[in-house]
Design a protein around this ligand. Structure first.
Ligand code: 5GP
Ligand code: MN
Length: 337
């Protein structure tokens, strides 16, 4: 069975906070992914069913392939120059911080969030959560923030589920486990999935929308990168791909187009680590994945100003693409793998 994360006192406190709060903010992390949005929209649809005023803020745009999620039209990109955005955070009585563990992950909203007197609830599954919320629901053993949201809502309201909530939480769990390939060895995940399916969601349709809905450009880009930009450090069991701004223009790159490309080199039997290195406006973004024993979270924290999970992490480097690739090669060559 899945866990109850709240003590009786916490459950009473949270229930009272939700029932008295009228203005509620949900905050997600930078480069919002399926789990972040699934968790946020799960909570959003629950609170909307209770007639609350709810605003979801994310730090930057999210991929097109997640725009169909129920409630996604209402997601706002936080702009600290916009006083109406800042006021919404300062006036909120309750704030949910979902799928992130430290303030720097939520972008510019962090200043307003810190000074807001709202009761703050973190629901997250990344290691070493920072202590900036009144209540922290954190479990690194759990597949996704969306699974934790399920447990949280179930505990405070046994009848919380409706199809919109179920669809969003399902998407979050599917995306953060790579369709149940990783972070999903606990029976609780599948009990929750069974309960989500029972609410009547259309699983096949959801999979089509997530995985059979991309542009021609994205598929051609994959072919290009695998053929021309995939390199190997054989004695370090490492593969890496890098993707420049010029190439992004050439392929009319849209946010989300390279989603999950970093996983593909792990299909090669001997590869243990895969990196996707992408030039951005004022930095280079690096995504890291490992197949099993190697901890890419530690690597991301130590060398790439980032973090994440043992088998999936990311970070940023404020240098040119070529310097970043050189730095990455240097790090890997000096690391025991
Ligand atoms: P992705 O490579 O898909 O962007 O991210 C993989 C995992 O690493 C996610 O769990 C994400 O939250 C985490 N992650 C990605 N970039 C960063 C970063 O810059 N800082 C931290 N702390 N975590 C990151
Ligand atoms: Mn997550």
């Amino acid at each position: 069975m899945y866990k109850n994360y709240l003590s009786t006192a916490q459950k009473d406190e949270v229930t009272a906070k939700i029932s008295s709060a009228q203005n509620i903010i949900i905050s997600g992390h930078i480069n919002p992914d399926g789990d972040c949005l699934g968790a946020a929209l799960g909570v959003y649809n629950y609170l909307k069913s209770m007639n609350k005023n709810v605003t979801i803020f994310v730090p930057n745009e999210f991929p097109k392939y997640l725009k169909w999620l129920k409630g996604a039209d209402n997601i706002l990109v936080f702009n600290q120059e916009d006083t109406s955005h800042v006021e919404l955070v300062l006036d909120a009585e309750l704030i949910f911080c979902l799928d992130y563990n430290e303030l720097k992950r939520c972008g510019d909203i962090s200043n307003s969030l810190q000074v807001s007197s709202a009761y703050k609830i973190m629901i997250d599954h990344h290691p070493s959560p920072q202590d900036f919320c009144n209540l922290t629901v954190s479990d690194t053993a759990v597949s996704s923030a969306s699974e934790l949201v399920y447990c949280f809502l179930k505990q405070i309201d046994n009848n919380f589920i409706n199809q919109d909530i179920a669809e969003n939480l399902f998407v979050g769990i599917v995306m953060d486990t790579g369709c149940f390939q990783h972070n999903s060895s606990l029976p609780a995940t599948f009990i929750i999935i069974a309960e989500l399916l029972q609410s009547g969601i259309n699983k096949d349709n959801i999979f089509n929308l997530l995985f059979k809905n991309s542009s021609e450009n994205r598929v051609k880009l994959l072919g290009y990168l695998l053929n021309n930009k995939l390199f190997f450090l054989h004695d370090k069991k490492t593969a890496y791909i890098y993707f420049s701004k010029d190439e992004q223009q050439q392929f009319d790159y849209q946010i989300g187009d390279t989603e999950s490309f970093v996983n593909i080199p792990l299909q090669i039997a001997y590869i243990e680590i895969s990196a996707f290195i992408m030039e951005s406006d004022n930095h280079v973004k690096i995504s890291l994945r490992s197949k099993s024993y190697f901890d890419v979270n530690l690597l991301a924290r130590q060398y790439f100003n980032g973090g994440g999970h043992k088998n999936a992490a990311g970070g940023k480097i404020y240098h040119s693409l070529s310097d970043t690739v050189r730095f990455f090669l240097n790090v890997i060559n000096n690391t025991e793998i």
